[in-house]
Structure formats: C-alpha cells, structure tokens
Design a protein around this ligand. Structure first.
Ligand code: PMP
Length: 458
C-alpha cells in the first residue's frame, strides 16, 4: 500500500524562507499556488528527491524548461567546455552555429535576436510590430499567456462586441500597480479558435491593429489544439489587414519539435518567440525570430533592443548543446516521449474512470493537460471554477504520492522519460486518485456533472 509523503523538512524550510522571500515563493499571481513548495535536494533524469528523502517523477519540469532530464552528462560537458574556454564578453564561436540551427529548423527564422526571458522577447516582438505597421494595438486571446508585463497580463472584456480590455479584479492575473491605461490603450482580447469573431473584430478595429499574438497551441489555457484550418485563416486575415502575426512558441518551441508548432502546422508567422526548453532549463535564454523585413528595423536602428546578457556565451552553448543532443537521435527521442506520454495519459484516464472521476487528457504529447471533466476542453471559457478546483485537488494529491505536475494540470515530458517512470506513475496514481475522489466528493465538486450522460469511456 502506498503511503502519503511526509513533507516535514520541506515545511520547515518553507517557514524559514518565508522570513526573507515573500510567500516563500519565487513568483506569485493574485492567487497563491495551492501546492506547498517542496524543497528538492537532488535530481537525476526524470526524478527528483526532496529534503525528506521522498522520490518524485518530475512532470512539472520547471514549467517545461527542463527537457534533457536532470543532470544530463552531455549537456554538462558542453557547459564545462564553455565555462573553461569562453571569455565573458559579447561573442563566442557558438553564435554563428546557433543562428544557423534556428534558421535550419524554424520556418519564420530569417533573422534572430537573443534575450533571457519569454516575457522580454514578447515585448520586443510587439515593439517591432508597432514600428513596422505604425499602428498601436494588438489582439490577444482568452487563456493565452505571454508573460507578466503590464500591457499583456490578464484583463477582461465586457463582451465580444466590446473587446477592449480592462482590469479584472477577480482574475488570478489581476495586479495592483499596473501602469494606468496600458491594457485599454493597447489590448483587444477575444476568444481563440473562432475565426468569425476575429473577422468581425478586424472589421471594426483592423486599421488600429499592429499585431495578433497567440500560442499556436494554447498550452496555458489547458493544452487546446487549434481547430483545423484556423491558423491558416488567421495567417491570411493578418496579410489582408497588414498585421504582424506573432506566434509565442515559448512552450511549443522544441516541445513540438525543433521547428515548433509552426513547422508542425505549416503556418509561418511573421515573428516568433521561443524560450524555456531551448536551453533545457539550466541557464535562461530566449529568442525572437522573424522575417528579415521586420527584423530589419534593428538594422536600420529604428527599433531598439537592449540587454547586458543578450547572446552570452554559456546561454549560447546551452542552446547548441540542446540542439546537438536532440539532433543526434531526433526521431527516436521524440518517438519515445510520445509513446511514454500516450501510456501515462491512458493510465491516468483509466485510473480516474475506476474511481468515478471523469477525466480527459488533451494536447501535444510532450505538454499535455488533464482535465477532471467528461469533455475535452475546447475553449478557455470551458475551464469553470469547479473544474479548475478539481484539477488542482488531483494535482495536490499526486504530489503527495510523488507525481509532480505543473499548475493548470499540465504534464511535461523530457527526453529521459522511460518505462521505469511509467511503472512509478502507475503504482502511485491509484492512491492519489483515491484521495482526490474523497476530497472532491466531500466538497461536492462533482455535482455539476455527475449525471452527465455524455461521459462514456471508449
Ligand atoms: N509565453 C508563454 C507561452 C509562456 O508560457 C511564458 C511563461 N510561462 C512566457 C511567455 C513568459 O516567459 P518567461 O517566464 O521566460 O518570461
């Protein structure tokens, strides 16, 4: 029988840390994370160990940045070489190689610039788009996340006919201290995956729109795939209205292959951003890539991009190492992640079914989400408060039996995931679901769909 983990040392560490670090956390939004922070002391491949000696399967993967497994020896060798040989200055021998790699794989990459975070490169992309089009607003979509800057974090609209964004005090992304008026001045927000709404919005506001920005697969909204043909239609509407199409591939970049979602769906944006896993989470790096004509605004010095660490040697070495490792056995690496992911999804769905918890999984193999719902989530609006709570309860229960997953019920694969990890998952997920079922029933969170006639297992 599986026993729930004791997290005593983590709890003590957390209490100490709280004296210095607000909330004892490195980040927060308006609602704190419901999962208690665990203090990890060791990692190897897909596993982590905490200060109490508990072992975990890491499907959280540092928000999806950890992609080559913890303690990857080949990556360490590349980085050691770079640490010993690269001076701390502006260029190293890796710049050229890394630029050529992105250009080989990423369809929109005619020119490229480097930074440290996804957040900053999103802002650089928007600045380029505004300068290029000489227009001021951009369209973003409900449930898509593009960093925590004032002009892009959260906000809500009154309705589809009035899509200009204002503050939403009830949202997890509400914040005091935002520069006044930025949301209203810059942002139009509409539901994603609905081409009619985009068409209508562009008819009213097209003359004022510099950019349309989206996650080409809405991972942050619950791993929602684009409807058939949707991305192509958005592409042609952007062409028609002279709007810069920006794909935020901070998650999908390399999780869906080295060319990102744009290569998978054969739709080429004007600009795209990648980050997180491109350097496998060991050091921060992000990239902004795009059409030569738009990136050319940097060449003309019409648009600025700053950053002490842009193109820093260790960061470039980490990207080069990540690509080298993936290229060395590309097909079987991705194939392995896909089959492990399929197996984990099926195991989770079957175990939930046996416990009477309706549960679906959805999205790309390497970054899928589970939802304690009888139906796949087709839009961000479908993630009700009750569904969000059920997902969070299951996430908490899994943590107590050694299965870590990301906020908003996401599970990330890494290239070292293997059969032993699947068995680890199989052994523990039953116990986690048994606990989750008790809590969900006690809180009466199942009532809304317990009789749902459409919940059938195939
Ligand atoms: N875009 C997307 C799609 C993201 O998921 C994130 C972070 N979760 C960001 C941008 C911001 O990236 P960073 O945390 O590196 O600033």
């Amino acid at each position: 029988m599986m026993h729930c983990y004791s997290l005593q040392k983590s709890a003590e560490y957390h209490e100490q840390l709280k004296k210095y670090l607000p909330l004892g956390q490195h980040h927060n939004f308006a609602k704190p994370d419901s999962v208690m922070p665990v203090y990890y002391v060791k990692g190897k491949n897909s596993r982590l160990w905490d200060a109490d000696g508990n072992e975990y399967l890491d499907l959280y993967a540092k928000f999806g940045a950890m992609f080559l497994g913890h303690g990857n020896k080949k990556l360490q060798d590349h980085l050691t070489f770079a640490l010993e040989n690269y001076p701390i200055t502006d260029f190293s021998e890796t710049d050229l190689k890394v630029c050529a790699l992105f250009q080989r794989y990423v369809p929109c990459c005619e020119k490229i610039r480097f930074g440290l975070s996804g957040n900053e490169m999103v802002q650089n992309a928007l600045r380029l788009a505004r300068a290029y089009t000489k227009k001021r607003r951009f369209i973003k979509f409900e449930g898509h996340f593009h960093g925590s800057s004032d002009n892009i974090l959260g906000g809500k609209t009154k309705n589809i006919l009035a899509p200009i964004v204002c503050e939403d005090p009830d949202s997890v992304f509400y914040t005091e201290g935002r520069a006044s008026g930025v949301l209203q001045d810059q942002v139009i927000q509409i539901p994603w995956n609905n081409i009619e709404i985009l068409e209508k919005t562009l008819k009213s506001y097209g003359g004022d729109i510099a950019a349309v920005i989206m996650e080409p697969v809405n991972i942050n909204g619950g791993s929602i795939l684009p409807e058939e043909g949707y991305l192509q239609k958005v592409r042609s509407l952007c062409d028609q209205y002279g709007i810069v199409l920006i794909f935020d591939e901070v998650i999908t970049g390399i999780h869906m292959g080295l060319g990102g979602a744009q290569a998978c769906y054969d739709v080429t944006p004007d600009l795209c951003i990648m980050g997180k896993a491109i350097s496998s989470g060991v050091v921060p790096v992000s990239v902004l890539m795009g059409k030569a004509e738009i990136m050319g605004l940097y060449e003309e010095c019409r648009v600025s991009q700053g950053g002490t660490f842009n193109g820093y040697g260790i960061g470039m070495a980490a990207i080069k190492a990540t690509f080298d490792i993936l290229e060395s056995d590309y097909t079987s690496i991705y194939h392995n992640m896909e089959s492990c992911s399929d197996y984990l999804r099926k195991t989770l769905e079957d175990a939930a079914y046996r416990r009477g918890i309706p549960l679906v999984t959805q999205g790309p193999a390497t970054c899928f989400s589970f939802h304690c719902s009888p139906h796949k989530v087709q839009s961000y609006g479908a993630v009700s408060d009750a569904l969000f709570k059920r997902n969070e309860i299951l996430r908490q229960c899994m943590l107590k039996y050694g299965i870590l997953c990301c906020r908003t019920s996401r599970m990330y694969m890494n290239i070292t995931i293997c059969e032993a990890d699947i068995s680890f998952f199989e052994k523990r997920v039953q116990a986690a679901l048994a606990d989750a079922e008790k809590i969900i029933s006690r809180l009466k969170l199942l009532d809304s769909f317990i009789d749902a006639p459409s919940y059938e297992r195939t």
